[in-house]
Design a protein around this ligand. Structure first.
Ligand code: DGL
Length: 291
């Protein structure tokens, strides 16, 4: 990997949709001087129910595009992509790459007191066993209880946060954790922090379970990596958050502004096409039609 040395370059953050903005927000909070370029693959969302081949192909195309946007570091802010495509991404891009699974697993291991940890995520993330092995690598004594929760991402993208149907779905999904006696649950999908309150309410029906996600620990890892490589952006004007999307949805800006606060967000669409390497994106001057 050839090290990027442009300190003014951006931090690239990638997710299949809006969930990765929860990680972008944590990075922005910790590193307010840094410019962030975000890629949301709304066209192919949800990744969590697609085949591994498809997730790898979409992830590589997204990461290659971000690398064409002068980034010095890449955050794979999608647990599904980090679970299935991390090795391929690391081998193909020429900037340091941070995934969200390792930081999330580390946070959970530090949080549990009774060594019983629950993990929820998309079907592909849970099937991949990425959290199970990351947690075992840190503390093999921890018992991991996993549950795929595939209906949550579509509901969040639809803006059904606080909706009574969401509560029923959560009761169904999280009911099994009550008998597992977990004291910590990992939100193994970057969309889930958006419904953290609802998750806590459903779990608190029985006992207090600590709810952890990977946003803050991923941001900390990002900070450390920039420091280690002497890549911190020098003081100066802070750019707006640049967002590239593969498609637009009516709710994107509303939810994005809710996540990122009053930051001004500059949203553009990419064009997609195929070349000998497969799927390829290029910058377009088309604005999302829902703006
Ligand atoms: N936010 C993504 C994750 O962390 C996935 C959502 C999806 O595309 O299924 O897994």
């Amino acid at each position: 990997m050839s090290m990027h040395t442009d300190k003014r370059a951006a931090i690239g953050v990638f997710d299949s949709g809006i969930g990765g903005l929860t990680v972008a927000r944590a990075v922005h909070k910790l590193l307010p001087r840094e410019h962030i370029v975000y890629f949301g693959d709304l066209l192919h969302l949800p990744y969590g129910s697609k085949s591994e081949t498809a997730v790898v192909q979409f992830s590589l195309a997204a990461c290659r595009f971000l690398c064409s946007q002068n980034i010095k570091l890449l955050v794979v802010a999608c647990n599904t992509a980090a679970s299935l495509a991390m090795k391929r991404i690391v081998s193909e891009v020429d900037v340091p790459v941070i995934g969200v699974v390792g930081p999330g697993a580390k946070t959970a291991c530090a949080a549990t007191r009774n060594n019983r940890v629950g993990v929820i995520g998309t079907s592909r993330t849970i099937e991949s066993g990425s959290y199970r092995s990351a947690i075992a690598g840190i503390n093999p004594l921890i018992m991991v209880f996993e549950k795929p929760t595939p209906l949550l991402v579509p509901m969040i993208e639809e803006g059904w946060i606080g909706h009574p149907v969401l509560r029923l779905v959560l009761q169904e999904y999280l009911g099994g954790f009550i008998t597992s006696d977990i004291d910590t649950i990992v939100l193994g999908c970057t969309h889930y922090p958006l419904i953290r309150r609802e998750i806590e309410e459903v779990l608190d029906g029985t006992k207090t379970v600590q709810v952890v996600d990977s946003a803050d620990s991923t941001a900390l890892k990002t900070k450390r990596l920039l420091e280690e490589n002497d890549l911190q952006r020098p003081p100066g004007k802070v750019d707006t958050l640049k967002v590239w999307l593969t498609d637009s949805t009516p709710g994107f800006r509303v939810v994005a502004e809710r996540i990122m606060g009053k930051e001004s967000i500059d949203v553009s669409l990419v064009d997609s096409g195929y070349c000998s390497e497969g799927l390829r994106y290029s910058a377009s001057d088309r604005s999302p039609r829902h703006e």
